[in-house]
Design a protein around this ligand. Structure first.
Ligand code: ATP
Ligand code: MG
Length: 277
């Protein structure tokens, strides 16, 4: 049984904008899935179906094998946590601490557990020092971290992040990568995220869906997707710099093995220069 599955999901916005066409998407347990696609591809619209914010115009969405209904929506929202693209859609309490506590309070947890979860979530995203601040007076990247903390304090089994790296500084992006990998590895959490930043994808994804104009145009592992430069170009994306560079070196006679992440590339290049890492 898959944690999330959509079957021939179609969605039309009021005013007849057809945003999703026959989407068949699967999130197995403990996967790290990237959904990549250019502006307007349908990523955010798809994500809003994963916990019942949007209802399919046709087709279906199954969570743990069950269709989302009015009766199970509350349960499903505990299980699938979504961090929206725009943190202003998610943040509303007078302080950061209260904002992050909102979900756990609604779960009816005891005050000690709430306190523990809130402070752990703030620590994980590196904003414990902002606990007493007014969220609306924070910078864009700080707000983004508050929104992420608010969702992870709910301890969902599936964490959905819509453009999590947009607006974060380089250290913030590196922290986010580490954090996503540790959630998946240590806690067995399933992570689904969207991005246009293809360079980020090999660092944190095992499986990729490529979307364009409301359709899934390709899906596969990092190796399967990033050997298709023409397909990626046709949807206004590109191959990440690391595999592009290594491919070019190989084509120019350098004996180096293919790599996708920074760490793999470093090892491959050192080996190629006769310097074992
Ligand atoms: N509220 C809305 N009403 C009508 N059309 C909408 C609405 N929201 C989005 N759309 C349209 O649906 C399509 C998909 O939009 P969506 O926001 O899902 O794309 P996206 O892949 O998340 O893009 P981005 O990378 O810019 O975040 C676009 O054509 C968009 O114009
Ligand atoms: Mg979007």
């Amino acid at each position: 049984m898959h944690l999330i599955e959509t079957r021939d999901l179609c969605y039309v916005y009021p005013g007849e904008v057809k945003a999703l066409h026959n989407i068949n998407f699967i999130a197995p347990r403990n996967a790290r899935i990237a959904v990549i696609g250019s502006n307007g591809a349908g990523k955010s619209t798809l994500f809003k179906h994963f916990n019942g914010i949007f209802k399919p115009t046709s087709g279906s969405v199954l969570v743990r094998g069950e269709p989302i209904t009015r009766q199970n929506t509350k349960e499903i929202r505990k299980f699938v946590g979504i961090v929206f693209q725009n943190p202003d859609d998610q943040i509303f309490a007078p302080t950061v601490e209260q904002d992050v506590a909102f979900g756990p309070v609604n779960l009816g947890l005891d005050p000690e557990t709430i306190h523990h979860r809130v402070h752990e979530a703030l620590r994980v995203v590196g904003i414990e020092h902002l606990a007493g601040r007014v969220p609306h007076h924070l910078s864009g990247g700080e707000k983004k971290r508050v929104a992420i903390a608010g969702v992870i304090a709910m301890e969902p089994e599936v964490l959905v992040l819509d453009e999590p790296n947009a607006g974060l500084d380089p250290r913030g992006v590196a922290d986010l990568n580490m954090f996503i990998n540790s959630l998946a590895k240590k806690y067995g959490m399933t992570v689904i995220f969207s991005t246009h930043d293809v360079g980020l994808v090999p660092e944190i994804a095992d499986y990729i869906y490529v979307m364009d104009k409301g359709r899934i145009v390709a899906s596969g592992t990092v190796e399967e997707i990033f050997i298709q430069p023409d397909m990626l170009k046709s949807v206004r994306l590109d191959v990440p710099v690391i595999p592009k560079l290594l491919k070019s070196l190989k084509e120019n006679g350098v004996e180096v093995s293919m790599a996708y992440t920074y760490a793999e590339a470093e090892t491959a290049l050192l080996r190629s220069f006769g310097k074992q890492s």
